[in-house]
Design a protein around this ligand. Sequence first.
Ligand code: DCP
Length: 705
Amino acid sequence: MPVAKPESSDSRVIAHVDMDCFYVQVEQRKKPQLRGLPTAVVQYNEWKGGALIAVSYEARKFGVKRSMRGAEAKEVCPEIQLVQVPVNRGKADLNGYRNAGSEVVSILSRSGRCERASIDEVYLDLTDAAETMLAENPPQSLETIDEEALKSHILGLNYEDGSDVKENVRKWINRHNTDHRDKLLACGILIVAELRMQVFKETEFTCSAGIAHNKMLAKLASGMNKPAQQTVVPSASVNGLLNTLPIRKMKHLGGKLGISLQNDMGVNTVGDLLQFPEEKLQERYGINTGTWLWNIARGISGEEVEGRLLPKSHGSGKTFPGPRALKTVPAVQHWLNQLCEELSERICSDLDQNKRMAHTLTLHARAYKSSDSDSQKKFPSKSCPLRYGTAKIQEDAFNLFQAGLREYVGFYGVKTQGNHHSGWGITSLSVSASKIVPIPSGTCSIAKYFHGQSTSHFSSMQPLDNFNAEATVSLPPGVYSGSECYPEVNSPKAEVDFPKEESWIADTVPDLDLQEQKDLPCSLSKMQDGFTQDISPSLLSGCLKQNQIKQQRDITKDEGRFRSEYKGRKGKRLKDKGTASILELFKSYNPNPFDSSLSQEFKKTAEGSDTRLTIGFEPKGHSLAVGKEKPMNSSGSSYSRDEGDGRREAWSYKIDEIDQSVVDELPPEIQDEIKAWVHPHKWRPNNTVERGCKISHYFSPTKKS
Ligand code: DCP
């Protein structure tokens, strides 16, 4: 809930522009023969002719409504033209509508700060444009006023019976003896009328608009006179508008809060709120909400128009109503793959066109259990850091689903029911990509950007299947994080609306995929938050190709810097201690310049043992994780590639060759970890370790302890 600034004398000029029956207009532009005919766009679905999602104004006259199905619409309006939403991957393809919305945004954004609020809605802050007009070319001095502006509806403007409505509007716009705020609104009327005409000329789409001193009032006004009209809210008319406005029509009051105001406080219109002092509202609903309610009753809202032309998130979803509910894991996986493919395409084109990257992948589902007392339980939404590449998104989304399902039905339910009829059904699935941030300007290459993020909060050796582990995304310097930059989502209709970040899920397979990188020599692959980011060249097309050579140079330079810094600190000790050094291993191996910030694993294999010590080393973050695992190969050769583990870059190292001096070269906290892990009692401080008392002894199968 936004907390409003108590500004009662707001002199901004804000417009809310809303396209008329938008999907219908997009389809009519494609098929001009549909223009002027009662038309509706139906969702892909054979049942009863599919659900109507957009209805033309001609069809509305016959009583056709969005809640109807195609068959019902035909009953009330036999001549209605039903157009199906384009379909791709077995689901609605909204790209055409999104792109059409973008065309409109690009025109509207020419006049002031522009916020794309949904697929077909935009807020504009026209204050500067209005002030400039008032100073240079005020409406009062205009001899003729455009026809479109004269058709405006000015709330509170009383017409005498039989008087010329347009003449009244002209007089209002031309007034000299009025306050600065009304004069600014008069400028707003002219600017918005001009913009709407421009949109029509360039796109053939009509839109309606509300013009007021804040977003809340502008939004309320834009829907009052549709289609292709504009409505103005002078400050003197605010009370009149709100007095009769049903409380549930107000943004944020359509749900529980609105119901409580009606039932508990007897508030039926926004104006009814005026009777309560601020303290009373705060007492009942808390400080922020109480103040917000007090303000909206007076038409006060300090919410700013955000300068944002691009969506804050991308989503791809599909519903599976009634008998179409998904009842097996493979069926869910099939659809998840389709959704992820679409999502991947969209985030890649966002990266390519807008140089923006998404950081969070979220899975939402709606589900039911057929035999459950706890029928209120919702399928939990799950998020994890987003890895680029369709296969990775599909894999992660499926893992998120499985984690959600485990929580929803319980581990036992998932295991025992497997692929068979399961007692649960999924009625809606969606995946979304959020936390979309621009690659910082000044970052000359995308590779460098990834490089900057490699200070991971994850170790590469996280426990497998670490579901629900908390993790934090570290954004690179210069990239904003925090709630101001990711305010409440006003996400486009028909896209996914994201709840706040829910539980983070660690990747079940924290693989480094080095082999994959080799196969894709032009791909960029960097550890980001413990996950590998792969971006194929085809996805990055133009933007990446230009940068590749430079990226390689940047990374090699960065790696060099790291090495010299590290060496600077440790140099003296290295010299003294010869080559038996983990750092030397790291230095001597550079399979790929892009790998510099990937975790390198050095596996010290205990001869004859079936367990080995594995050390994951993050050069940039200087973090290290230690674990035991079964050896894949026990060649015992120093510095040999581990052949048994194709997925990871691994090194086998004779454990006998490691003595305390090697461990001494590691950062102290890592030394502590090793000491603690190896055996706290057996470890001797500084060079007092006995020759016969080697790490391998602790793993020896014959060792008794
Ligand atoms: N939409 C959708 N499903 C919904 C609501 C809307 O797919 N439940 C799509 C189709 C609409 C578009 O979003 O054309 C914009 O929605 P609006 O609510 O703005 O409605 P329209 O633009 O269709 O009509 P209006 O002129 O009343 O704004």
